[in-house]
Design a protein around this ligand. Structure first.
Ligand code: COA
Length: 258
């Protein structure tokens, strides 16, 4: 059985990390499987959105596979971090919404993967944290950058410095996850959010993702200029004409992505 399972239904690709006996820890095989899944999802027109989750009831991803750490040199560890960062950048800039369905522990690299997703839906049993300092290291998959951008510098520093895990409810309170649901509702609730997004104008959805993701890395004035360009692009779409007409004619819009 593959360590990464991919299933498409109703234009939603569900990617499940399938290493439950090791709490879905990220070994090279899992990283390769995830890279292949997201690279193929990017160009696949049959895929409009992605749910990423972990097999079993205990863990989303309990981090990078710690057994590998013993073999590291400074040079190989840097390469390991850069490769992981590239995968998470691919997830973040996929151009399609990605939901992390956090079904249990999301620690270290697991929390970082969740941070790179567009949205995070957590089961009530989920626990999230960046425990790298317990191992004498720091996050290497962008966590020191994405966590403060999401929850603010003070809360991020507390998590990064103490290594403490937060409960799903606490993660919701600080904005680390978007929703907290019963375990049985995790995948249905994630699908419901994605179905809502998939019913909107596809070009506009891609432009929102780009305006926010690219814009946050730009100086404010440059980001505003980028936003205005994307706004202008949307005005050129059939979907904009359809959306405005449907509103004025008091009927549901039928978007084509053109
Ligand atoms: N890397 C490699 N193996 C891991 C792992 C990781 N990040 N996290 C868990 N595992 C393995 C355990 O070694 C154990 O394997 P074994 O059955 O062969 O001994 C198995 O998964 C189950 O984990 P276990 O620790 O027995 O479960 P638990 O319920 O007692 O504890 C955690 C759960 C998540 C608290 C604990 O596994 C943990 O702290 N994991 C490491 C988290 C971490 O530091 N991640 C960041 C790495 S940078």
């Amino acid at each position: 059985m593959s360590v990464v399972i991919n299933e498409v239904s109703d234009r939603i690709l569900t990617v499940t990390i399938n290493r439950p006996d090791k709490l879905n820890a990220l070994n090279p095989e899992v990283m390769e499987g995830l890279a292949a899944a997201f690279e193929s999802a990017r160009g696949d027109e049959a895929v409009g959105a992605v749910i990423l989750t972990g097999a079993g009831e205990k863990a989303f991803i309990a981090g990078a596979d710690v057994t590998i750490f013993r073999t590291f040199t400074p040079v190989s560890a840097r390469a390991f971090a850069r490769k992981g960062q590239a995968l998470l950048d691919t997830i973040e800039t996929l151009g399609k919404p990605v939901i992390a369905a956090v079904n249990g522990f999301a620690l270290g690299g697991g929390c970082e993967v969740a941070l790179a997703c567009t949205l995070r839906v957590a089961s009530k049993t989920a626990r999230l944290g960046q425990p790298e300092v317990n191992l004498g290291i720091i996050p290497g998959y962008g966590g020191s950058q994405r966590l403060p951008r999401l929850v603010g510098k003070g809360r991020a520093l507390e998590m990064l410095l103490t290594g403490d895990m937060v409960s799903a409810d606490e993660a919701w309170r600080i904005g680390l996850v978007n929703r907290v649901v019963e375990p049985a509702e995790l995948l249905p609730a994630s699908r419901e959010i994605l179905k809502k997004i998939l019913a909107k104008a596809p070009v506009a959805i891609r432009c929102v993702l780009d305006a926010v993701n690219a814009g946050l890395d730009m100086p404010f004035a440059v980001a505003e200029d980028h936003e205005a360009t994307l706004f202008g692009l949307c005005v050129a779409t059939d979907d904009m004409k359809e959306g405005v007409s449907a509103f004025l004619e008091k009927r549901p819009a039928k978007f084509t992505g053109k």
